[in-house]
Design a protein around this ligand. Structure first.
Ligand SMILES: Nc1ncnc2c1ncn2[C@@H]1O[C@H](COP(=O)(O)OP(=O)(O)OP(=O)(O)O)[C@@H](O)[C@H]1O
Length: 286
């Protein structure tokens, strides 16, 4: 299949000199061989009184596998929605592959694939029809669309369900067909919000293989997750959010600093030992 060819692939830049948990606002990484996959400056979003994203800066190098992590309500989905042009920021700028998301939306949208949280699919199409429709919307020739549809369905183990209506797909199958739709135009940067949520281990492994193959071609994946083991296994770059701020970002090994990621995460997000507070009745006499 032609996913691995990635014509727009940008070579992976060297690691920046300094970034990690001891430097909450690290300097932007050097990117001598091209623009970073994502460059965010001062990105801000308020919902009423709530400051969901508080003026964050992010520099995600091209060619990396990026994990965006943080506790519930940290601002990950809001950030990804603004970075992918789905939600207008109150302030700040976002560039993807060197193009401003809000000034050049067409240039950006042609270069990205998105699997958003709570993805709505065209339920009354079959899996194959959904991919063919998406490919045609992306402006691909019919012959390419057919070939890519067959390839994606095969790699994602959906060939047997190609003529089944999407409404009848399971949660994991929906994630996989959504991923296929996000990949069909061979984007330069792929954004995935919780791609492994509700997915069984076999489907998760299939998705992982597809993503690893895709990044090996020089493309960039940015995904949000709560599963530190997965982030540790897949990612070479992480950004940690808490309360609408980026509290650490950089190469995984630099952020981890020799410790398991979940320990670093708990330190960074300041998890209090709340479970012991006031549940003395739980498990007591009934
Ligand atoms: N449409 C909205 N209207 C009002 N508040 C919102 C809206 N979307 C998000 N928020 C608030 O913004 C904050 C950040 O939410 P967001 O969904 O970005 O967090 P998250 O890190 O993705 O969380 P989770 O891991 O639980 O999915 C939360 O306090 C949330 O309640």
């Amino acid at each position: 299949m032609d996913l691995a060819k990635a014509p727009g692939a940008i070579p992976r830049p060297p690691e920046p000199a300094a970034a990690g948990i001891h430097l909450p606002t690290p300097p932007p990484p050097a990117a001598p061989s091209g623009p970073p996959a994502v460059r965010v400056r001062g990105l801000t979003k308020r919902f009423g009184e709530r400051l969901a994203v508080a003026g964050i800066d992010l520099d995600l190098p091209a060619g990396s596998f990026v994990g965006l992590v943080g506790p519930n309500g940290a601002g990950k989905t809001t950030t990804l929605s603004m970075v992918t042009g789905l939600l207008r920021p109150d302030a700040g700028t976002v560039q993807v592959a060197g193009h401003d998301v809000w000034r050049s939306p067409v240039a950006v949208k042609g270069r990205i694939g998105v699997l958003p949280e709570g993805l709505r699919l065209f339920e009354r199409l079959t899996g194959a029809e959904l991919l063919e429709y998406t490919g045609r919307l992306r402006g691909l020739p019919v012959s390419d669309v057919r070939r890519r549809t067959d390839d994606l369905l095969a790699v994602l183990d959906l060939t047997g369900a190609r003529n089944q209506l999407v409404v009848d797909y399971s949660t994991g199958m929906r994630k996989k067909i959504g991923l296929a739709a996000a990949l069909i135009h061979n984007p330069t940067v792929l954004f995935l919000d919780e791609p492994f949520e509700g997915v069984d281990p076999v489907s998760a492994r299939t998705i992982r293989h597809v993503l690893e193959r895709y990044t090996a071609s020089g493309a960039t994946v940015v995904f949000s997750s709560h599963v530190m083991e997965l982030v540790e296994k897949l990612c070479d770059w992480v950004a940690v959010m808490r309360g609408g701020r980026v509290v650490a970002q950089g190469p995984l090994d630099r952020v981890r600093d020799g410790r398991p990621l979940h320990e670093v995460f708990i330190d960074l997000v300041g998890a209090a030992d709340r479970a012991e507070a006031s549940l003395d009745w739980l498990g007591g006499p009934r």
